[in-house]
Design a binder for this molecule. Structure first.
Ligand SMILES: NC(=O)c1ccc[n+]([C@@H]2O[C@H](COP(=O)([O-])OP(=O)(O)OC[C@H]3O[C@@H](n4cnc5c(N)ncnc54)[C@H](OP(=O)(O)O)[C@@H]3O)[C@@H](O)[C@H]2O)c1
Length: 242
C-alpha cells in the first residue's frame, strides 16, 4: 500500500492508547473511512470515523463488523492486554492468548475476503517482547511471540490473495499499559506515525520507536527472519508435492 489517503481503515482497540493515536494519524493522512473498533461505544467529531462494536474475542461481533463494513483496505490489529504474572497460573496465559493471539487471528481471518478484494493489508501491533520475554509479563510475551509467528505465517499464506501482512515490533510506549514503568517511552502519536510510514514504504517488519529501531538490522539477519524466504519456498514445494 503506497498511500493511506482515500483508504478505508479498521483499527481495533481504537478508544485509547496507540489505537486512539492510529485513528488520529489515519485521519491526518486522508483516510476516507476510519472504522474505530471498540468494546464500549465512543463518539468522534470527524464524520469519517465510524465506531464499530468489536470485542476481538467475540465471533458474533467480528461477523457483525464484517457485515457492517463491507469494504476494507487496511486492518490494524492493535487491541491487546498485558498483565503482570509469573506463569504459575495457566489461566493467565490463556487470557493473553485469547486476545493477543486468537483475537488477532479471528479478526484477520474474518476480514481477509474484504482485504483480498481491495488488494489490502494487515498490520499486527506486536512487541519486542516477541523476541525476548520480559519476565515481569511472561504470559504477554508468550502471546506476542506466538502472534509474531502467526504474522510471519500469514504473510506467506496470504500472498496468493494479494494481501500484505506487516508486523510492528513495538518498544515501550506511554499508555495505560505501561503506567508505572519508569523506562523511556515513545509517545503514541510518534508510534502511530511510524506505523503508517512503514506501511506506506512497504516495510514487512516495522520498528516504530527509538527502543525498537536499533533491533531492526539484527532482526533482519537473525534466523527467524532469514528463514522466512527459504521456509516459504519449502512449504510451497511440499504442498505441491502432497
Ligand atoms: N504500550 C506499550 O508499551 C506497548 C508496547 C508494545 C506493544 N504494545 C501493543 O500495542 C497495542 C495497544 O496497546 P496500548 O499501549 O495502546 O494499550 P492500552 O492503552 O492498554 O489499550 C489497549 C486497547 O486494547 C483494547 N482491548 C483490550 N482487550 C480487548 C478485546 N478483547 N477486544 C477489543 N479490544 C480490546 C482496549 O479496550 P478497552 O478500553 O475496552 O479495554 C484498549 O483500547 C497492544 O496490542 C499492545 O500489546 C504496546
Amino acid at each position: 500500500m503506497t498511500n493511506i489517503a482515500g483508504k478505508a481503515v479498521l483499527i481495533t482497540g481504537a478508544n485509547r492508547g496507540i489505537g486512539q493515536a492510529l485513528v488520529a494519524e489515519a485521519l491526518a493522512r486522508g483516510a476516507s473511512q476510519v472504522y474505530a473498533g471498540t468494546r464500549a461505544p465512543i463518539e468522534h467529531s470527524d464524520s469519517r470515523v465510524r465506531p464499530v462494536t468489536l470485542d476481538v474475542t467475540s465471533a458474533e461481533q467480528i461477523q457483525a463488523a464484517v457485515d457492517a463494513i463491507g469494504s476494507l483496505d487496511l486492518l490494524i490489529n492493535n487491541a491487546g492486554i498485558a498483565g503482570y504474572d509469573d506463569l504459575s497460573d495457566a489461566e493467565v496465559i490463556a487470557r493473553h492468548l485469547e486476545v493477543n493471539l486468537y483475537g488477532t487471528h479471528a479478526v484477520t481471518r474474518a476480514f481477509t475476503p474484504l482485504l483480498a478484494r481491495a488488494g489490502g493489508a494487515v498490520v499486527n501491533n506486536l512487541s519486542i517482547t516477541a523476541f525476548a520475554p520480559l519476565p515481569l509479563i511472561p504470559s504477554y510475551s508468550i502471546s506476542k511471540a506466538a502472534a509474531l509467528a502467526l504474522t510471519q505465517s500469514l504473510r506467506t499464506l496470504l500472498v496468493p490473495q494479494g494481501v500484505r501482512v506487516h508486523a510492528v515490533l513495538t518498544g515501550f510506549v506511554d499508555t495505560d499499559m505501561t503506567r508505572g514503568a519508569n523506562s523511556p517511552k515513545a509517545t503514541p502519536a510518534s508510534v502511530a506515525a511510524a506505523i503508517f510510514d512503514g506501511v506506506e514504504h512497504g516495510q514487512d517488519d516495522i520498528f516504530p520507536d527509538a527502543m525498537s529501531r536499533p533491533m531492526a538490522d539484527g532482526w533482519r539477519t537473525l534466523a527467524g527472519s532469514a528463514l522466512e524466504g527459504p521456509y516459504a519456498a519449502l512449504a510451497a514445494e511440499l504442498r505441491a508435492a502432497a
